[in-house]
Design a binder for this molecule. Structure first.
Ligand SMILES: *Cc1c(COP(=O)(O)O)cnc(C)c1O
Length: 371
């Protein structure tokens, strides 16, 4: 950690304790463009309706967007049967996660999340001076009892991604209900549902139903993943009115663009695109998981995933690092996460059919030739 020179502005200790977020890459070390399977984007692109709405929205480039994001809130509320006044929105759901930490945690408070959790939670906690508390996982899956064992009277927020990133694991409805029931009322449970639309509707974790009724549950959703609008940065959250009201106080004005709001509304209206993406993902995730299973004799295994990616563990002669570099040499960029405690894992986004077949073939070539 660098110390600031004397007689110069001193950043807060808790800010300097932040390890900067490492985004998914799209180019090789030598600048070559690669097939990008490192950021869980939608391989089928964007709904054509959303793209047309986005183009129309750009006509008013000289005007501020609606600060209340009225059309976005109303479309979200219509789609899910919600109260539009209880919808918060952000520059990506990352923004909503930061609003939750900012409104409910500060210096001296504790924020809990799992070991193999989403990197933004630690940044959001530290940014406001709160203390991150890391709950151990159980074979890469979220362990509700381990989270509960971390709760103290200083706990203010629990962040839980479901499905989780980077593991892809899913915490079933009964476990979410058990966690919520055991948490003290003063603890905000944030259920980050960035991948919720990839779940078969009958397997829903009921987080949204909890957010509709419980005073201490916030769910967050994003347009970056299944809706294919990652470039525009749009997310939303839902919770009890007093939670939302507090978050609005620290929300930056005009945090979702006009074109983004219009694109998001049109994207919500094209559920056929969402279903097609869900079906594509389920098919090729299962296919890739079988391919990896067939490489089990080389020490590869998949963590069971309900998301649009697979976490592949390398427990044999070929290391995750060697496979990461080998895939890069062969034109594919996936996510290697040594900074998140996973030096032995690669997170691979499910791509198009061609990309997924090509990725599997490259992986097989690497393990058969050792790098
Ligand atoms: C991708 C992702 C997000 C959010 O992304 P935004 O683009 O900021 O909406 C949030 N949580 C998890 C777990 C994610 O994987």
């Amino acid at each position: 950690m660098s110390t600031s020179p004397p007689n110069a502005p001193a950043p807060k200790d808790w800010v300097m304790a932040i390890a900067p977020y490492v985004p998914g890459r799209s180019t090789a070390d030598d600048g070559r463009k690669l097939v990008k399977l490192s950021a869980n984007e939608n391989p089928l692109g964007t709904s054509p309706h959303a793209r047309a709405a986005f183009d129309a929205g750009n006509a008013s480039l000289d005007r501020y967007p609606d600060p209340g994001a009225t059309i976005l809130r109303e479309a979200v509320a219509d789609t899910y049967g919600l109260d539009p006044l209880r919808v918060i929105y952000g520059t990506g759901s990352d923004d909503v996660l930061h609003l939750a930490a900012g409104a409910f945690a500060g210096p001296g408070d504790e924020v809990i999340f799992v070991h193999y959790g989403f990197a933004v939670y630690e940044i959001a906690a530290r940014r406001v001076g709160a203390t991150p508390v890391i709950a151990p996982d159980s074979d890469y899956a979220t362990d509700v009892d381990a989270i509960l064992a971390c709760v103290t009277d200083r706990t203010r927020v629990v962040f839980l991604a479901n499905p989780n990133n980077p593991t892809g694991t899913f915490t079933p409805r009964a476990e979410i209900a058990r966690l919520h029931a055991a948490l003290p009322g003063h603890v905000l449970l944030v259920i980050d549902q960035a991948y919720a639309e990839y779940i078969a509707p009958e397997d829903d974790d009921a987080g949204l139903a909890l957010a509709m009724t419980a005073p201490n549950v916030l769910i967050t959703r994003t347009f970056s993943k299944i809706y294919g609008l990652a470039a525009e940065r749009i997310g939303w959250g839902y919770g009890a009115a007093p939670l939302i009201e507090a978050m609005h106080r620290i929300r930056l004005p005009f945090n979702v663009t006009t074109a983004g709001q219009m694109a998001a509304v049109a994207a919500l209206g094209d559920q056929a695109f969402v279903s097609a993406t869900r079906a594509h993902n389920a098919r090729w995730r299962a296919w890739l998981a079988e391919e990896v299973a067939s490489m089990g004799n080389h020490g590869l295994r998949c963590v069971p995933s309900k998301a649009n990616f697979l976490l592949v563990l390398f427990e044999g002669a070929v290391t995750a690092e060697a496979a990461y570099k080998g895939l890069m040499d062969r034109g594919y960029i996936v996510r290697w996460l040594p900074g998140q405690g996973l030096p032995h894992g690669l997170r691979m986004t499910i791509g198009t059919e061609d990309e997924t077949r090509g990725l599997a073939a490259a992986l097989r070539d690497i393990i058969e030739h050792h790098g």
